[in-house]
Ligand binder design. Sequence first.
Ligand SMILES: Cc1cc2nc3c(=O)[nH]c(=O)nc-3n(C[C@H](O)[C@H](O)[C@H](O)COP(=O)(O)OP(=O)(O)OC[C@H]3O[C@@H](n4cnc5c(N)ncnc54)[C@H](O)[C@@H]3O)c2cc1C
Length: 444
Amino acid sequence: GQVRKLGVPLLDQHEVIFLLTEQEGEESRVVGAIAIDQTKAAAGLAAVAIFQAENVIMATGGPGGIYDTVVYPAGHLGSTGVALTAGAAAVNLGEWQYGLASVKFRWNVSGSYQQVIPRYFSTNPDGTDEQEFLNNYFPTMSKLATGIFLKGYQWPFDARKTRNFGSSLIDLLVYQETVGKGRRVYLDYGANPKGGEGLAPFGLADLDGEAATYLKNSGADGETPLARLRQMNPMALQLYLDHGIDLSKEPLEIAVCAQHNNGGLKGNRWWESNLRHLFPIGEAAGTHGVYRPGGSALNAGQVGGYRAAEYIAHCYAERTIDRETFRHKYAGQIAAKIQVVRRALQTVGQDGQEMSSFRREFQQRMSQAGAHVRFPALVKTAVQEGEQQYRRILNYEVKLNNPAEILDFFRNRQLCLTHLAVLKSIAAYLERGGGSRGSYLVIE
Ligand SMILES: Cc1cc2nc3c(=O)[nH]c(=O)nc-3n(C[C@H](O)[C@H](O)[C@H](O)COP(=O)(O)OP(=O)(O)OC[C@H]3O[C@@H](n4cnc5c(N)ncnc54)[C@H](O)[C@@H]3O)c2cc1C
């Protein structure tokens, strides 16, 4: 609303694929950007738009597109790799938040979705062989039910909470079922956790103090998780109904998903990158560390926006490069980048890996080797495989089915670089002897 009120021109559907830069002594700065107009992508080169820019605010979100198992909205891929290619530095890239989320409609199953204590079960991929897979790992029903309850406000996976039947043990067991055994995991709101495997039947009266008090104070004393959710938070049921999932009729499939990149592009206290005149803000900026207090992602995005705006208004308001100089001075750089677009378009119909399969390859690598369970040997192999894959796209050893896929080519190119940078950051930490912390467990 504010942008429209001030009459700032908006160019929707333009996706930046390159930043234009200039070396100034020891430092570099951005001077513009090249984008593809998505509405014209099928027209190939005609879709390319070139922008001169005194300053670039980069609010492109976290690089959720590098993972296979994610709760980011489908279109939110991130563009960190565009800035990395231009020479922007990053920080804490390996620090993320992972947690339990539904996969059909992407949504965190935190808060009341856990506090009503649904039944967890797993099945074979074809839905057969239902198992109460948590039961073997908890000594009593009270501990199991309390662990599920606590997931509500201990949502992200936390390496510190995997011991002593902590709530993050549940994420680990879900991971063991889904990634380790190739099974599917569901939350059933129609039934309480089932006893068996040495566990007594579920009873609200047997819950540990904190959970019992909370449910009592919320008036959530219904017989089933569904009844308790209706009492505690009916909107939570409605949300899924709005997305075609009726929790009273079907179980909810879940997985441990990547949710937020705590690291990102490096900035100074004005959110300016080492690549001067570039201001990464929001989740694209690496403003958080190993842990991130809940809610602070949105706040950090707003603070970064204000800081960048203040700095630009006071220090970078003047235009330092006029239109004519821009046209002549950067013509060679622009031509070289357009040549990359031209060359990518030449892969239409040639032999090679298709864009969808190319993306799946690095996404699956990340979810297996670079998510909340990290095996140093797997990370090492993943770095080597990631390097090979990135070389393939740099050498155009891929295939576009039609010119409209040009955007997928550039998305994959920058996402592939980003996944490699994240893996290298993880590998560097492990090589220095780093262990479990934040939202990941390191298993030797
Ligand atoms: C399920 C879920 C729940 C969350 N809950 C919370 C919470 O409770 N509290 C909290 O603080 N945080 C939460 N987060 C994190 C928080 O929502 C995000 O960190 C935040 O929304 C990111 O905002 P952003 O503006 O930086 O990026 P985004 O909202 O991701 O927006 C980035 C935009 O940039 C566009 N874009 C990307 N690349 C390009 C390009 N090359 N050219 C042009 N445009 C581009 C994208 O299309 C997108 O529109 C949650 C995240 C998820 C996924």
